[in-house]
Design a protein around this ligand. Structure first.
Ligand SMILES: NC(=O)C1=CN([C@@H]2O[C@H](COP(=O)(O)OP(=O)(O)OC[C@H]3O[C@@H](n4cnc5c(N)ncnc54)[C@H](O)[C@@H]3O)[C@@H](O)[C@H]2O)C=CC1
Ligand SMILES: O=C([O-])CC(=O)C(=O)O
Length: 328
């Protein structure tokens, strides 16, 4: 038996948590031979803690052979203790009359505290995935609040956007979703993101040439991928949960187990390439191997792409400026 991996999940009793934990415990994230210990954080409210206890009872009732242990807590330092992987899902949702800026500030407090706790007690190699919105800026805040941890190990989830774009492209081109490679979604997990299939291939042939429809790209594809989260809320009355959990699993699985040379999109702190200022958590194409990601370098940025990449960057810069006073 392998040594169990400690996986911390915040917001564990929420709807993404409910779609996520059972799949982690069944081995879909880290492999069917990898035991896990789940360290689950919820708010210190009776309702949230009761819901968490219920989820843990259900996890127990699945008798997952790979579930080597479980902790439920309202204390971030307990949840993050020696964590190898931290999925930061819990966040303050937008309430009635709340502006984006208010949401940003409320969440800034949460992700500052969680960054500090990770810095104090998590494994020095902890891999962090931020799902809670605004995901890129929350990841940036946590990273800045955890100066003793590797900045490169703080990532934000753009995989749902990547997967959404894959399916839209497969439908448009009439190809199998699994045959599409070399897609990237640049920037912020928000409607300003830029899904870019200029480099994408299907069985080695250019997908862009096959679709050959600049109008569809600019006026249907890009806005549809960007606003897909809102479309799900409109249809379901609740935000994406199963697809978000699925994307979190894809993100961490590929990061830990490798993408076998395939491109995947991760929100990672910029190294200054592609004109993105260093440190900004920005969606880029990466390949992954041996628990590390490597940016796909040297992609051509044409005029249309530059404008799209700068627009989503400007939004991230604005978010960063909005929380700068909290980060010292
Ligand atoms: N990056 C992405 O692609 C996506 C991000 N999201 C975001 O994921 C987040 C979670 O979504 P849902 O599970 O649907 O929400 P939810 O409201 O069902 O669950 C969130 C849970 O987090 C808990 N929570 C809140 N603050 C916490 C804190 N400081 N510490 C620990 N737990 C805390 C709440 O008690 C709640 O149980 C939201 O911010 C949502 O906008 C959702 C879909 C996709
Ligand atoms: O739009 C939302 O609030 C949830 C989300 O991030 C998504 O589904 O992409």
């Amino acid at each position: 038996m392998k040594t169990p991996v400690r996986v911390a999940v915040t917001g564990a009793a929420g709807q993404i948590g409910y779609a996520l934990l059972f799949r982690i415990a069944s081995g879909e994230m880290l492999g069917k031979d990898q035991p896990v210990i789940l360290q689950l954080l919820e708010l210190p409210l009776e309702k949230a803690q009761a819901a968490l206890r219920g989820v843990m009872m259900e996890l127990e009732d699945c008798a997952f052979p790979l579930l080597a242990g479980m902790v439920g807590t309202d204390d971030a330092e307990v949840a993050f203790k020696d964590a190898d992987i931290a999925l930061l899902v819990g966040a303050r949702p937008r309430g009635p009359g709340m502006e984006r800026k208010d949401l940003l500030l409320e969440n800034a407090k949460i992700f500052t505290a969680q960054g500090v706790a990770l810095n104090k007690v998590a494994s020095r190699d902890v891999k962090v995935l931020v799902v809670g919105n605004p995901a890129n800026t929350n990841a940036y805040i946590a990273m800045k609040s955890a100066p003793d941890l590797k900045a490169a190990n703080f990532t934000a989830m753009l995989r749902l956007d990547h997967n959404r774009a894959l399916s839209q492209l497969a439908n448009k081109a009439g190809v199998a979703v699994g045959d599409i490679e070399k897609l990237v979604v640049w920037g912020n997990h928000s409607p300003t993101m830029y899904p870019d299939y200029r480099f994408a291939t299907v069985k080695g042939e250019s997908l862009k040439d096959r679709i050959n429809d600049a109008d569809w790209n600019a006026n249907a594809f890009i806005p549809q991928v960007g606003k897909r989260g809102a479309a799900i809320i409109e249809a379901r009355g609740l935000s994406s949960a199963a697809s978000a959990a699925n994307a979190a699993i894809d993100h961490v699985r590929d990061w830990v187990l490798g993408s076998s040379g395939k491109w995947v999109t991760m929100g990672v702190p910029s190294d200054g390439s592609y004109g993105i200022p260093e440190g900004v958590i920005y969606g880029v194409a990466v390949t992954t191997e041996n628990g590390e990601y490597t940016r796909v370098e040297g992609l051509e940025v044409d005029g249309f792409s530059r404008a799209a990449m700068d627009k989503t960057l400007a939004e991230l810069e604005e978010e960063r400026a909005g929380v700068a006073h909290l980060l010292g």
